[in-house]
Design a protein around this ligand. Structure first.
Ligand code: PSU
Ligand code: MN
Length: 299
């Protein structure tokens, strides 16, 4: 595969050290400036503080990269018109020599290609509310790439029950980290059960190993709730999402533009409160990802 792996990440992987992949659609499309660059740097620091090497994944000048230097993080965060890169966009980016932020699906594909087993992100894509045929490419990626993906569930801009049904159909176990319920991004509890609860990185590691030792080619999806003090009230989020969805429908926003559009509107409607929750959960997931990677690397 034609991937540029940074010297630090390459050396870590060769030595069997823990590595955690981080996505970059959150940098290019998920967060406003300048918090996007600050967050990208902060997440790398959190991974290091917990004993692992961070590998931010992105496309720069058309080239898929695993592990970015600081000047590359800056370039991505300040790129004037970066592409949102899911799986089908990799080739378009390559032939156009473009910069792009990778979604969960594209990040999994590239990180796994480089030999990384753990990936920390914010929220995954899923089945869209009211549009059950709009299924994020993140779901089929989870169904065919054996990595541990640490997230805070998914936003209720998605149809969470249908998203979990999809994952069940394709054999992707959903693990609750210190919770019995699938988290709903800004909110700690979607009301929907997970398949299994674990309370420590060691237990999470044992579960992931057992899953892959059973010969399964699928991901292990880990749901970590947003920290208590940063969570938003259910009613606030529900109202903001209902408004954003109705507006998007009226304005005819479609396809890959829907998720960034809804995220930006929810941030405006909650007057930035959603941003605080977003930053807190990203950092928490980077920490849990690093702790898991450390356990897995112990062998
Ligand atoms: N959900 C969020 N924040 C995000 C995304 C989803 O709460 O930033 C991004 C992720 O990169 C995810 C992608 O992989 O959107 C899914 O987009 P789509 O639904 O177009 O596949
Ligand atoms: Mn879609």
């Amino acid at each position: 595969m034609n991937i540029q792996v940074s010297p630090e990440v390459q050396a870590a992987l060769r030595a069997g050290k823990p590595v955690v992949a981080l996505e970059s659609a959150v940098i290019t499309h998920g967060l406003p400036r300048p918090q996007n660059l600050e967050t990208a740097r902060h997440l790398e620091r959190v991974v290091r503080e917990h004993g692992a090497i961070p590998a931010t994944v992105a496309v720069l000048g058309g080239k898929p990269c695993v592990g970015l230097r600081d000047d590359e993080l800056v370039r991505l965060a300040e790129s004037p018109r970066p592409r949102k890169v899911s799986l089908r966009d990799l080739a378009a980016c390559a032939v156009g020599g473009e910069d792009g932020g990778t979604t969960v699906a594209a990040t999994m594909h590239l990180a796994h290609g480089a030999g990384i087993r753990v990936f920390a992100t914010g929220g995954i894509g899923g089945v869209h509310r009211g549009q059950p045929f709009d299924v994020s490419a993140d779901l089929p990626a989870l169904a065919r790439i054996p990595m541990a993906v640490v997230c805070s569930g998914a936003k209720s801009i998605l149809d969470l029950p249908l998203t979990l049904e999809w994952l069940e159909t394709y054999g992707v176990p959903v693990v609750g980290y210190q919770t019995d319920r699938f988290p709903a991004f800004y909110c700690r509890d979607s009301g929907l059960p997970v398949d299994i609860r674990v309370d420590t990185p060691e237990a999470l590691c044992a579960f992931a190993r057992a899953h892959w030792e059973a010969g399964l080619p699928t991901a292990v999806l880990v749901g970590v709730p947003v920290p208590d003090d940063a969570a938003l009230p259910d009613a606030l989020v529900e109202e903001a999402i209902a408004r954003a969805l109705a507006e998007a429908e009226r304005e005819g926003v479609r396809g890959k533009a829907i998720t960034p559009h809804l995220l930006a509107r929810v941030a405006q409607i909650t007057e930035g409160r959603s941003l605080g929750a977003n930053l807190a959960l990203l950092a928490r997931n980077a920490e849990v990802g690093a702790r898991l990677a450390v356990c897995l690397a112990r062998g």
